[in-house]
Design a protein around this ligand. Sequence first.
Ligand code: 5AD
Ligand code: SF4
Length: 467
Amino acid sequence: MKLPDYNEERKRNRETEFITVNPTINQEYLGKKYFIRTYGCQMNVHDSEEIAGILENLGFIETDSEENADIIILNTCAVRENAHDKVFGFLGRCKHIKETKNKDLLICLCGCMAQEKSVVDEIMSKHKYIDLVFGTHNIHELPNILMNLEPGLNIEVKSNEDNVYEVGENFKRDSKISAWVNIMYGCDKFCTYCIVPYTRGKERSRKSSDILKEVRKLKELGYKEVTLLGQNVNAYGRDREDEISFAELLEEVAKIGIERVRFVTSHPWNFTDEMIDTIAKYDNIMPYIHLPLQSGSDRILKLMGRRYTQEEYLELFKKIKSKVKNAAITTDIIVGFPNETEEDFEETLKVVNECKYDGAFTFIYSPREGTPAAKMQDNIIKEVKEERLQRLNKLVNEYSNMNNKKLLDKTVDVLITGVSEKDPNKLCGYTDTFKLVNVSSGKRTIGEIIKVKITDAKSFSLDGIAE
Ligand code: 5AD
Ligand code: SF4
């Protein structure tokens, strides 16, 4: 058993090792079925692709029904409290299946919640029907962990793993059109509200040579889009003396010639001019930037440990808008951080009014145990938090609607990714600025970039007709 340890997770002093993993078929698992449910960010989605790849290399096959599974994996998120309830709700369902249908069912919980001490304590005392808890740093050990499972609850959660694992082609990617590519792991920013530096460990960059090899391979396989992933991509390469910068990496990726290159997420701190120039220079680097604001108030930004002021943020925002043609910018905002006054909140609204974002993910602050903010008194009452969120959402939606309306009657390039969820007779896809479009088309053009004339614009999507 290895339990999470917050003191270990804070440490940042060990050397990174690069390790290649290559799981192989195990007769014991041949034909057994796995089911994965994923919560949270793109990083988790991509981790699930990796877990699926490992399981398939071991001999498992995928099922889309938890009822038929031999092993269920819940890949969880710890960023906000509400994810917790959803996960335990689904675990209750898994328990029922195990008790009534399949007593040999293996129930596994992994991802960021597995790195939380309080969650592991809760599982040990109340959820002993779970077979395995493994952490974000233990994914690559899964073949070994599964081989050595003991009866009852097994817990394998490393704290602060420093290594970078190469899994080569062992991903089972969800899409044949658009692929995630990890460029770095972990985060060293330690924003005071955020659990990620504890659940995902220190910043470690992959070797640029390995990243470029992966992107070249994806191009050969016919992928149209890659999204470079990191908690804070601007920090790419800064943990290693011999590495190139993020701007240089982005340029090298663009030169490979894949049609669309994206990246998430950038911290406004250390967003260099070189990065902006590179984005502006290459047509295949998409003019879409997610630039989390979190708060517009200098006082709250300081309490959050964000390392920029409102003025610095706005200066960066304007620089990006002026240099990158037609750039769309989205953001993340938290309301109700400890001690946030009405005046602080109004500063946030002021920034939203200036930036007129294309979209924003908005959140009510939730204290995460073990973070510095969790020691501050969570002193904004629920009604006030909810009222601020509503006011903010109203404003944010007005601006996304306004920005979307600017595209009315225009013809835009859309990468068609599948069939529309709203209407099975339509296709759907994304503009270069990452706006979702539902497309009427006589032809099946999934995987192609096509010209679409925009006929209707709402806050969260556009409608259009293929030309
Ligand atoms: N409470 C509320 N929102 C949070 N986020 C991160 N931590 C918290 C928290 N404790 C939000 C931030 C971040 C996004 C991924 O989640 O806005 O950018
Ligand atoms: Fe969390 Fe801040 Fe790191 Fe983003 S930059 S993952 S908000 S600590």
